[in-house]
Write a protein that binds this ligand. Sequence first.
Ligand code: HGY
Ligand code: MN
Ligand code: MN
Length: 416
Amino acid sequence: MREFNGVAGQVDGGRLWRRLMQMAEIGAIPGNGVNRQALSEEDIAARELLIDWARRRGYAVAVDEAANLFVRRPGSEPDLPPVLTGSHMDSQPRGGRFDGIYGVIAGLEAIEALDDAGTATRRPIELVAWTNEEGSRFDPGCMGSMVFSGTAPLERFEDAVDTDGISFGRALSRTLGATPDLPRRRETIPPAAYVEAHIEQGPVLEAAEVTIGAVTGVQGSQRFVVEVDGATAHAGTTPVRGRRDALQAALRAVARLNETMADPNDVLRFTVGRFEVEPNSPNTVPSRVRFSIDLRHPDGWELDRRARRIPRVCENAALPCSVRISRTFDQRPVAFESGIVETIERSAAAIDQPSLRIPSGANHDAAFVAKVSPTAMIFIPCLRGVSHHESEYASPEDCAAGARVLAETVRTLADS
Ligand code: HGY
Ligand code: MN
Ligand code: MN
């Protein structure tokens, strides 16, 4: 086993892995997956476990109005803006054991390694766990980091409801109420820098056989909800000709959207991930269909050009049914701060760890934090690039390597 000195040498890969596996028990589902959706009882349990780990090391823990959780390691100059690291703890309904949570636990490992190395830093270092990055229970995602970065007020999200009709505002109150002793952070402290460690969720690093990705930015993404309104009717007595069948109309709209979003270069990402039918009865003509659109492209102009075509395509295809379309999410393409990317590359080189510059196809809270702070990300490979699936996997060695580079990076930034 290769020896490391300094902060990297204090990163305890075994502790990191044990914590990842302990967190994976919260919301565990068959196939080594997790279902730990935002502000659920499982998310609350994960928060309580993180708070317990942090308090055992004497770190101060606080929470803001959006339930973003902050763990603070003091600096020798406490009034300086902190260096921030972290990610999210919420998962997809059939998520993996690494998406998001790896960056939170790697961030905790990095600050503990600094302590274990007896290394003081000028700046405080804060670990953050963002609320609702995934947006699968409450649409859209990145609510916590959007509030933190001033992208949207919390009020905009409070009425979002999950499939059980529970509002985000109600679930947020439940979550904040579960940790009543946490000091409430009233104003945002703009960080001096933000570095997020995350699995790549794609195949590039694995194919290149490189463990560390120095992430250069995040492609743009927009989300829409399309509502198709028709009329219920008896499946046996109603002639097909006279129907306003919302399901058939929605299928025509999706088929036409597939044509509209075709890209011979396979750069554009168009996904319909959710499809809800009302009244969802086999012998009743559907009266309403709601379906989601997730649209992504690294070029903001092209993304907008394609997005602008959605309403007309849906309206024409759905006739004689009517269509209502709302855009629930608009995240512009982001280029990360080159100085932070270079710091990540230098940190990797300092521990003889090859790195590769890579753009992110997946969206991350870092895309919003970049609005208020110099920001970049560190990727580690995941098996076959698979994510948002129970079989998502990153090796203990790669998890530890990412945490070592993160520890070196936040140390450097916290002394800048
Ligand atoms: O959707 C995304 O790109 C992220 O993994 N939530
Ligand atoms: Mn994620
Ligand atoms: Mn995700």
